[in-house]
Write a protein that binds this ligand. Structure first.
Ligand SMILES: [Zn+2]
Ligand SMILES: [Zn+2]
Length: 278
């Protein structure tokens, strides 16, 4: 067993290896199947790199700690019917219910100002790619992890299984933020696609596509949209901090513009609006 210092060194070395693996995988893919015209070293890439290392070195541990504490607080064993189900059914159920929780938790992040001021950090990216996926305020990240893993915890999954779910969803998050239009054809309506999530990052707090792994929740609740071209502008319609530390502190700013969030009038927005009312 590694001690705390050993674990940290392991995470430190691992972060560089993972960064290189992602870079080698995604930089060519983003060139071949590019969604928007954008270079690898686009503006603010270093801010997103800082978020990447922040997650690997510090905040990933914090999220894992909180998840483990909540898991032990809940402390329920798997119900009999669930324990007797085949593993494939268990995984499908946990992923499907996790998607449902993630969807409504995400809707809440956009609806309630107190959640939006943290979630907005993720939406400050004006250039999306695999690296931008890591731009997430740590408190926003913990909130999302708790929501998405709640069914797994209630159905008695252990922390090692939850760890694999977190890893899988993390890899998926990197894919859907990547600057790619993959030639998946109609499969994109089944499994989701980067262009769907890019529309979620359109410059409008009420932009569509809240789904996590797949767009079925958006289709079910009327928030799905997939226009043929990517959105003209990405980001948020308020001035925001731009540095890593600035963005970490920004939600706590007493004069944060986010509490007085100025809405873009519907008529002035080219972003397709979900059918629900806020
Ligand atoms: Zn969002
Ligand atoms: Zn996103």
């Amino acid at each position: 067993m590694l001690g705390l210092e050993g674990q940290w060194w392991f995470a430190f070395v691992q972060s560089f290896i993972v960064l290189l693996l992602f870079a080698f995988a995604y930089i060519p893919i983003e060139r071949v199947w590019r969604l928007r015209e954008q270079g690898t070293f686009r503006p603010r890439w270093s801010t997103d790199l800082a978020f990447f290392f922040g997650q690997y070195w510090v905040f990933g541990f914090a999220a894992a700690y909180v998840l483990a504490q909540v898991r032990s607080l809940i402390g329920v064993p798997s119900p009999d019917w669930f324990a007797r189900s085949p593993a494939i059914v268990q995984v499908a159920l946990v992923i499907g219910l996790g998607d449902l929780c993630a969807y409504w938790a995400h809707r809440a992040q956009h609806h309630f100002d107190v959640l939006w001021r943290f979630h907005a950090v993720h939406h400050t990216s004006e250039h999306l790619d695999w690296l931008a996926a890591h731009r997430e305020h740590p408190l926003d990240g913990i909130y999302t992890q708790l929501a998405v893993n709640l069914p797994a915890m209630l159905l008695g999954f252990g922390m090692s299984s939850i760890f694999w779910l977190v890893t899988f969803r993390g890899m998926w998050a990197i894919l859907i933020h990547s600057n790619t239009r993959l030639p998946t054809g109609p499969l994109k309506h089944l499994f989701g696609a980067p262009e769907l999530h890019h529309w979620h990052h359109a410059k409008d707090r009420k932009a569509p596509n809240y789904g996590n792994l797949a767009p079925w929740t958006d289709m079910l609740f009327g928030t799905h949209a997939c226009p043929p071209e990517p959105p003209r502008e990405l980001g948020i319609d308020q001035p925001a901090a731009t540095s890593y530390v600035g963005l970490l502190l920004w939600p706590f700013g007493r004069k944060s513009h986010l509490f007085r969030s100025k809405r873009v009038p519907s008529s002035a927005s080219s972003v397709p609006r979900p059918r629900f009312r806020r």
